[in-house]
Design a protein around this ligand. Structure first.
Ligand SMILES: [Zn+2]
Length: 244
């Protein structure tokens, strides 16, 4: 059973890679959609992948990280996302067993993973993912009136607090500190965590972002995405709420 959970996670990870690659292209109005073309292709030479090349992680290893047709290097993102998805699925099945909590936590972590990689690569957070995450957070609390209250407030206060910081920052410096995607992501995390968690979510995320900026020597004029720090902190807090 655990082995099946791991394989299931790998396959989902493989699908997440498709979403990460195709969703930004589809939004920009390319000829891709999430389901078209129905087969997987090499992003460089457009060659259709064979059966062996579709097996998560394993295909990356047997091809030595290169496309067999055009020798273009395949990004490490592919096996890392697949392996992470496999391992986290295994971990959550062990933690929760098979029940609705497991389903919600899996959906949370899959969507969060896609959002994190997309924001890191393209510096934006697609609405379709942030909003679905928000609705799932509210649905998750539907059976508990107290938690649902905290979640609704969390979504509203989360959105408005980042929105206010954005405008204050913009009025003072004339620059945009965040994108609108960050407001929606904070709303989604607020829905999952409840409004009480927002101050700690914001301060740890900001702290992590600051450490990253100093470490990478990001210049004041440069922008980088804030979403990954929100997602990492939010995921950590969610698991701590449940497991501690
Ligand atoms: Zn190729």
């Amino acid at each position: 059973m655990l082995f099946i959970a791991f394989i299931f996670g790998l396959i989902i990870g493989s699908f997440l890679n498709v979403v990460i690659y195709r969703l930004p292209l589809a939004i920009q109005g390319g000829h891709y959609s999430i389901i078209e073309p129905k087969y997987s292709i090499c992003p460089n030479c457009q060659t259709r992948l064979g059966f062996l090349q579709l097996i998560p992680v394993f295909s990356f290893l047997i091809q030595h990280g290169k496309c067999q047709h055009c020798q273009q290097k395949i990004s490490w993102q592919y096996p890392i996302v697949e392996l992470f998805s496999g391992l986290i699925t295994l971990f959550l099945v062990i933690q929760f067993g098979f029940n609705t909590t497991l389903v919600f936590y899996l959906l949370f972590i899959y969507i969060a993973t896609a959002l994190l990689v997309i924001d890191f690569k393209y510096q934006y957070l697609p609405d379709i993912l942030t909003l679905v995450l928000l609705y799932l957070g509210l649905l998750f609390h539907l059976d508990n009136y107290y938690n649902l209250n905290a979640g609704v407030l969390g979504a509203v206060v989360g959105y408005l607090s980042l929105w206010s910081i954005y405008w204050i920052f913009k009025l003072i410096t004339g620059k945009e500190g965040f994108g609108y995607g960050d407001f929606k992501l904070t709303a989604a995390l607020g829905a999952w965590l409840g409004w009480q968690a927002l101050p700690i979510l914001m301060s740890i995320s900001a702290g992590l972002a600051l450490v990253f900026a100093l470490f990478k020597r990001v210049k004041l004029s440069q922008t980088f995405s804030f979403g990954p720090f929100l997602l990492l902190t939010g995921t950590g807090l969610l698991f701590m709420q449940r497991l501690l």
